[in-house]
Design a protein around this ligand. Structure first.
Ligand code: SF4
Length: 448
C-alpha cells in the first residue's frame, strides 16, 4: 500500500512519524509523495495555534483527493487527535483512524486492518500509565541514517501556564534505561554516529513512577560510553531541573556535543512566575555561567514567548536584556496564543496582537544581530561536520553539501563537480564565511 506522512510540530512528532513510516515499510508498505499516496497519515501538533489550523486546511485538501479514489483514506494522530478524539471521525467521513500519542504504537496494525476492511473505522485514544515501548524497527534491514533520535520518556508533569503538552501527552513516564541503551546500541551498530535523546523534560528522567534509580546524568554517561558513538545530544531541558551532574557531564564526556537548547520563555521574573516556570533570571544566568565553566565552547539556543498575558513593556525589555546578556546562538520565538484549557487562557490582560507583533519583530531583530555576530566569530576556525545531505541552498548554479558542526550550527560546503557522496560522513572543514543563519566552509585538506 502506498502511503505518505505529513508531520506538524516538534522533533518528537518528527521522530514519531519516522517510526510509524518505518513500521509500515516493515509491513511491506511503500512511502511515496502525497500525489501518489492512497493512505494519508497526518501527525498533528496542538502546541501552537497555527499548526492546528493547518491540520484543518490540510484535511480539506485530502478530502478532495479521497473523493476521487474510494479506497483512499486519512489517519489522524498526535496531539490534536488526542484532544479532538472521535470528533475527527464524526466530522470527516474520509478519516478512518484516529490515534493519540500513546495509541501510535498500535497504529501500524490498525492501518493494515483498515486496508483489509474498507468499511471499518478505528480510534486508539487510550492513555497508558507507563512508557509504551514500540516495536523495534531499527534492527531490521533497510537504510540507516547517520543521525537518530531516541525517546527516553513520554509526557510532562510541569503544567507551565501556557502549555498544552501535559493535557495531551499525559504525565511524565520514563523509559527503562536498559531499553534506551539497547536501542542506542542497535542504532550505533547499524552505523548511526550521532544520537539525540528526546523527551519533554529530559532533566527529570527517572523522577517518576517509571524511574529505576537511574537519573539523567547517569543515563548520559551510559549512552556516551557506547563504543562507536561519536556525537550525543539531548533535548528538551527545563532550566529548573538541570542537575549540576548534567552540567558536569559536558566537561566529562568528550562525545557530548557542546550545545544546549535551554528554553528561557521570558526574561522577566514576574512573567516567569505567572508562567509557572519555577526559575528566575538569576537562576537561569547561574546555569549559563556554570555551563560556560564546564565547556567554554558551549553554544546555547532557546525558546521565547512574547505577549504572555499581562506582559508589560518593562517585562519585555527584561527579555531583550537577558537575550543580549546570554547571547543565544539562535532562538525560536513566538507570540503567545491561548490554547484551550491551559491556565493562561484565563489570565489577563491579553496583550494587543499589534503590540505582540511589534515585540516579536524587535526580539527577532535583536536575535538576528546576535546570530550574525556568533557566526562571524566562527570564521577562520576548523571544525568537524557531519553531513546530512545536499543543501537546498544554491548560488550561481553551485550545489552544497549541508551538515552540522558539534554545536549544531549549519555548515554548507560547495560540492565539487566530481566527488564522493558525503551524506553520513564526518569531515574536517575550515569555516570561511558567515551567512545569515549558517556558515560556509571548505574542506580542510586538498582532496575529497
Ligand atoms: S516543561 Fe512546561 S513547556 Fe515544557 S512540555 Fe512541560 S508543561 Fe510544556
Amino acid at each position: 500500500m502506498r502511503f505518505c506522512v505529513v508531520t506538524f510540530g516538534c522533533q518528537m512528532n518528527v521522530h514519531d512519524s519516522d517510526w510509524l513510516a518505518r513500521a509500515l515499510e516493515v509491513r511491506g508498505w511503500e512511502r511515496v509523495s502525497e500525489d501518489q499516496a492512497r493512505v494519508f497519515i497526518v501527525n498533528t501538533c496542538s502546541v501552537r495555534e497555527k499548526p492546528e489550523q493547518k491540520v484543518y486546511s490540510l484535511l480539506g485538501r485530502l478530502g478532495d483527493l479521497c473523493g476521487r479514489d474510494p479506497d483512499a483514506f486519512v489517519a489522524v494522530g498526535g496531539c490534536v487527535a488526542q484532544q479532538v478524539g472521535r470528533g475527527f471521525l464524526e466530522r470527516f467521513s474520509f478519516v478512518r483512524l484516529v490515534f493519540g500519542t500513546d495509541g501510535l504504537v498500535r497504529a501500524p496494525d490498525a492501518l493494515v486492518r483498515l486496508v483489509g476492511d474498507p468499511r471499518a473505522r478505528e480510534s486508539l485514544l487510550e492513555s497508558s500509565e507507563t512508557f509504551v515501548e514500540r516495536e523495534d524497527v531499527w534492527s531490521l534491514p533497510g537504510p540507516a541514517p547517520a543521525q537518530a533520535f531516541v525517546n527516553i520518556m513520554q509526557g510532562c508533569d510541569n503544567f507551565c501556564a501556557y502549555c498544552i503538552v501535559p493535557y495531551v501527552r499525559g504525565p511524565q513516564r520514563s523509559r527503562r534505561p536498559e531499553a534506551v541503551l539497547a536501542e542506542c546500541r542497535v542504532l550505533v551498530g547499524r552505523g548511526v554516529r550521532e544520537i539525540t535523546l528526546l523527551g519533554q523534560n529530559v532533566n527529570s528522567f527517572g523522577l517518576d513512577r517509571g524511574g529505576t534509580g537511574v537519573g539523567f546524568a547517569e543515563l548520559l554517561d551510559r549512552v556516551a560510553a557506547i563504543p562507536g558513538l561519536e556525537r550525543l545530544r539531548f533535548t528538551t531541558s527545563h532550566p529548573k531541573d538541570i542537575d549540576p551532574e548534567v552540567i558536569a557531564a559536558f566537561a566529562r564526556l568528550p562525545n557530548l556535543c557542546p550545545h544546549l537548547h535551554l528554553p528561557l520563555q521570558s526574561g522577566s521574573d514576574r512573567v516567569l512566575r505567572r508562567m509557572g516556570r519555577r526559575y528566575d533570571r538569576a537562576a537561569y544566568l547561574g546555569i549559563v555561567e556554570a555551563l560556560g565553566r564546564a565547556r567554554p565552547d558551549m553554544v546555547l539556543t532557546t525558546d521565547l514567548i512574547v505577549g504572555f498575558p499581562g506582559e508589560t513593556e518593562e517585562d519585555f525589555s527584561q527579555t531583550l536584556d537577558l537575550v543580549q546578556a546570554v547571547g543565544f546562538q539562535s532562538s525560536f520565538s513566538f507570540k503567545y496564543s491561548d490554547r484551550p484549557g491551559v491556565a493562561a487562557e484565563r489570565m489577563g490582560p491579553k496583550v494587543e496582537p499589534l503590540v505582540a507583533s511589534d515585540r516579536l519583530a524587535r526580539l527577532q531583530n535583536l536575535q538576528n544581530s546576535i546570530t550574525r555576530k556568533c557566526l562571524k566569530n566562527c570564521v577562520g576556525l576548523q571544525t568537524s561536520v557531519l553531513f546530512e545531505g545536499l543543501s537546498r541552498r544554491q548560488a550561481r548554479g553551485e550545489v552544497f553539501w549541508r551538515g552540522r558542526d558539534p554545536a549544531g550550527r549549519v555548515v554548507n560546503v560547495p560540492r565539487p563537480e566530481s566527488g564522493p557522496e558525503l551524506t553520513g560522513r564526518m569531515m574536517q572543514v575550515r569555516l570561511v564565511e558567515a551567512k545569515k543563519h549558517s556558515l560556509l566552509g571548505e574542506r580542510a585538506g586538498s582532496t575529497w
